[in-house]
Design a binder for this molecule. Sequence first.
Ligand code: ZN
Ligand code: ZN
Length: 413
Amino acid sequence: MNKKAQISKKIIYNLVGSIIDEIIQIRRKIHSNPEIMFKEHETASLIRNYLGKLNLQILKPYIETDTVGIIAGAGKDPGANTGANAATGKTILLRADIDALRIEEKTSLEWTSRNKGYAHLCGHDGHTAILLGAVNVLSQLTEYFCGNVKFVFQPAEEGGGGGKILVEKGILDDLPRVDEVYGLHAWPGVKKGCFESCKGTLMSAVDDFSIEIKGKSGHAAMPNLAVDPIVTAAYVITALQTIVSRNSDPIESVVVSITSLQGGTLTNVIPDSVIMKGTLRYFKKEKQEFFRNRIEEVVKGICNANNADYLFNFEPLYIPLVNNPDSVDFLGKVIKNLFGDGFWSNSAVPTTGAEDFAFFLDKRPGAFYRVGLGLDHPSLHNSLFDFDDTILENAILSMCGIALNALGCDISE
Ligand SMILES: [Zn+2]
Ligand SMILES: [Zn+2]
């Protein structure tokens, strides 16, 4: 049997070091030109231009602004001479999201958003730059690994479910078929340049819903002749709070929030209807039906008691993001080997934020992990948020480490 491939840390560090200035410039360029879900055309062409110089196989886009490509390993497979179990190498997927948000940026940086009303306040500019860097470095190291790296620059993470669409369209099953999936998110509140994740659920599910309470309009001075949807809506909002406090396990986190309320315009008229919108978050996929039904039961009961009618619309969005425990162990080993024990924690606290990488992890083993932006960094989606370029290097190294280790190459001192 052939020996496993070995590469020294120094080679990888040097390669990352040689491209880091260029990657920082690219990150800032993407930051200055934020594009929102499904409209990431200039971002996609910047990505494709960069990859074009690396001579890699790029697949036909699945949804216009995605870019998916392959780095084929050229290394000798250590398993190839073992007869019946001869392996040809795995395919692992590395993913970055590329879209921005519809929020006004308030930084005064040189590379601040020049698209009014849009901004990269979730660090996806950084994620894109990290994956470009990792792809560049890995494309120079193909002799060290066998199998494939399938890399994906994914549109529409912020609400559009681009990840869900790519998975439904076959990104994991199309050849080369993907065996494992990895993605990262830059994270305020984690030590700068350090990494964390956790086994099992890291991020929650999110579903949206809307409720129209239908009453009967009338003169405000004669409420007895009307059916008041505003009073009914007030009861509904209050009663919905009991789903978290009375119906769900106190050990499990659940959020039910009404975030929009519209009805009536005048002081002397009871309106016909009130429309409210809300969001639901929870950590167990199988609980969706329970919460959906519970919300509707509460609305129905209160409307009945008040002679009102209702329309209920439930929109499932993202499922919980669940990490494979073995993949998290693997990730921990990769990070500790590259940077030292202090750079890794597998006790990341799950968040009620959602992430559509969940749809990749629903179909394949793998892990989603966080790279620290520092303890005092502005929070994600804050108008003063900017990605910290000093963590790019570690993040690129982490992705290279995952790919090399997963594809049969050991990294030595
Ligand atoms: Zn975000
Ligand atoms: Zn994000």
